[in-house]
Write a protein that binds this ligand. Structure first.
Ligand SMILES: Cc1cc2nc3c(=O)[nH]c(=O)nc-3n(C[C@H](O)[C@H](O)[C@H](O)COP(=O)(O)OP(=O)(O)OC[C@H]3O[C@@H](n4cnc5c(N)ncnc54)[C@H](O)[C@@H]3O)c2cc1C
Ligand code: SF4
Length: 562
């Protein structure tokens, strides 16, 4: 075991959204920081295939094992990572998507950047389900404002009750298919507003504005969209205060006899050697579920059930966003006049939750994401063409159909709020270890009627929107036996919880500052401390909370309290 003599101020595990923000804020405040990152380096400014044509590769962009979203995708990781298994309890349908690279999942993410609203922090007070957060929107709002200004996002201030305004850059105009969606949504009284994505429509803080190539998922060579790598880690490195150790797989948090964290033990993946890094403060930001795993694996005589787990709630209250999709053929969009369809690599419009639960048979809500139109074709363009009216065939007819139907698809994805339940949690699988001998997680997952009813409503709404555009859905309405088409747990890749915050140490893992109740110099800066999911994508809140926690660490270190 190689032990480093140096004692850093802070050791952060993970360099994704949460870890990157902690590294940025803490180095800016003058702390001497080390980041342990399980993946290798990858730089979107140099390594991205942003402008590669599909025909430049024999695979035409088709996915590889380490790039499940396509050969040109920026993110290295996937549902299954060789040598790093996880297991599912009998009856559990759950998939876990993990990134293994500097910047984590921010290399690919859809960049939909939504603040949680005032209601989202106090849901139990409103409908009696789940739990309230110990903090409110007002506690996080100043940090949302700061990250809006630092990272940048486009959007529009609409002054909706639970969709807070922000510091937005101007949004791009809707494209042709999005104008059709907007018209249909207006007629059906579904709120439809400009999307909120962390993509620069104006230069900001030395970064260029987007030139609308539409390839955000491949990584942006001009840094016009947000990645932790180039917006947070790069400036942190430039301070000279950050040591970034890549291919460093954290095994456990190290403790002394008094119950303080003293550093982190990790595996140097290049050599397989066990190493240790020492620090006065440890921040876990390995992604919500991986952080739960690290805590549960950090056992000692003082913490026999895992670190920070005196409440028994590490790995509990985990959630993912609910989701289902419907795509449809829109005849109005066939044989269209070629027109400029350039835009960002994501939607220009979206539909926040717009209904009153008092009139519905399910609690909470969902937002709607829009896709479709004539994007750059790739290897699977118009796969399933036989599903279009008279589509398919051979030779000339097939080619003509491809031209006619290209871009005539519009689809909707619902992204909604799951309420934590007692049957959904993760724990250490006593019988399985990864390639380094580290015990792995086993998942237990159950949706309840709340989620099934919500997803049924999504399906009905999307079908109504497609019909309103004069189109026809590609698939029939899924039945109750098919769970109304609900995506399996984990599949929407918004896992949260497992180290939830609260004022009561008996029912929560961290306090309102994401500091563990049981160990004063140990913090969690990813989605672990989330108390509830909200109908919003979580990353803007992970970033805001990580910045807030970093400010608290800086303040406490100055006072000598850590
Ligand atoms: C396809 C896709 C689309 C998405 N779209 C959106 C979206 O539009 N909006 C949104 O808000 N969110 C979206 N997300 C989710 C978003 O990416 C995550 O919420 C966010 O990245 C979480 O940040 P994190 O820091 O917790 O984890 P990550 O970004 O995953 O970073 C964790 C890092 O920790 C490292 N790590 C893990 N274990 C260890 C260990 N033991 N030792 C050392 N390092 C370790 C990993 O290698 C990784 O780099 C999307 C995700 C994906 C994959
Ligand atoms: S669409 Fe804009 S932000 Fe996305 S990769 Fe292209 S230039 Fe970059």
């Amino acid at each position: 075991m190689v032990r480093q003599a140096k004692v850093y101020d802070v050791c952060i595990v993970g360099s994704g959204a949460g870890g990157g923000m902690a590294a940025y804020a803490l180095t800016e405040a003058g702390a001497d920081v080390v980041v342990l990152e399980a993946g290798g380096p990858w730089d979107n400014a140099k390594d991205s295939a942003m402008l590669t044509w599909p025909y430049e590769s024999p695979r035409r962009g088709k996915s590889t094992k380490e790039r499940p979203f396509g050969e040109f995708d920026a993110c290295i990781g996937g549902w299954e990572i060789p040598g790093e298994p996880y297991t599912r309890a009998p009856g559990t349908d759950f998939s876990w998507w993990r990134a293994r690279m500097v910047g984590g999942r921010t290399n690919h993410w859809g960049r939909i950047s939504l603040r949680f609203g005032p209601y989202d922090f106090k849901r139990k007070s409103r409908d009696g389900l789940g739990d309230d957060w110990p903090i409110s929107y007002d506690d996080v709002a100043p940090y949302y404002d700061k990250i809006d200004r630092l990272i940048g996002l486009f959007g529009s201030n609409e002054s909706l009750p639970n969709e807070p305004n922000g510091v937005f850059l101007p949004p791009p105009r809707p494209r042709c298919h999005e104008l059709l969606v907007k018209q249909a949504a207006d007629r059906l009284r579904v709120t439809c507003i400009p999307a909120r994505l962390s993509i620069l429509t104006r230069p900001l803080n030395g970064r260029a504005a987007c030139h609308y190539c539409g390839q955000c998922n491949r990584g942006c060579r001009v840094n016009a969209n947000f990645t932790s790598t180039n917006v947070l880690i790069a400036p942190a490195l430039a301070t000279g205060k950050l040591t970034l150790l890549t291919n460093a797989m954290a095994r456990e948090v190290l403790m002394d006899a008094s119950g303080r964290a003293t550093g982190v033990a990790y595996v140097d993946k290049a050599t397989g050697a066990d190493r240790r890094v020492r620090a006065k403060v440890v921040v876990l930001a390995a992604s919500a579920l991986e952080t739960a795993r690290l805590l549960l694996n950090s056992k000692s005589s003082r913490f026999p059930n895992g670190l920070a787990n005196s409440s028994g709630t590490v790995g509990k209250y985990i959630t993912d966003t609910t989701g289902t999709d419907v795509g449809g053929f829109i005849p109005k969009m066939t044989d269209h006049v070629p027109h400029n369809h350039d835009g960002v690599g994501g939607m220009h419009l979206y539909m926040p939750w717009w209904l009153d639960n008092a009139k519905l048979d399910f609690p909470r809500g969902y937002h709607i994401e829009v896709w479709g139109g004539p994007h750059q074709p790739s290897y699977d363009v118009l796969g399933g063409i036989q599903g279009y009216p008279s589509g398919g065939g051979y030779g000339k007819q097939l080619k003509d159909d491809y031209r006619r139907y290209y871009g005539a698809t519009i689809g909707f994805s619902g992204r909604g709020e799951m309420i934590p339940n007692d049957d959904t949690y993760c724990e250490i699988d006593a019988h399985t270890v990864d390639r380094w001998g580290i015990p792995v997680l086993q998942f237990h997952w159950k949706w309840t009627d709340h989620e099934y009813k919500q997803v049924k409503h999504m399906q009905e709404t999307f079908r109504a929107l497609i019909a309103e555009m004069g189109g026809q859905a590609f698939s029939p309405m899924p039945t109750a036996e098919q769970g109304y088409g609900i995506a399996a747990g984990g599949v929407i890749i918004h896992e949260l919880g497992g180290a939830r915050m609260g004022d009561d140490p008996k029912t929560s893992v961290t306090n309102r500052w994401c500091q563990t109740h049981d160990c004063k110099n140990l913090f969690v800066s990813d989605g672990g401390p989330f108390v509830s999911q909200a109908d919003k994508n979580p990353t803007w809140t992970i970033l805001a909370l990580s910045m807030r926690t970093s400010d608290y660490i800086t303040d406490q270190m100055k006072k000598g309290a850590l």
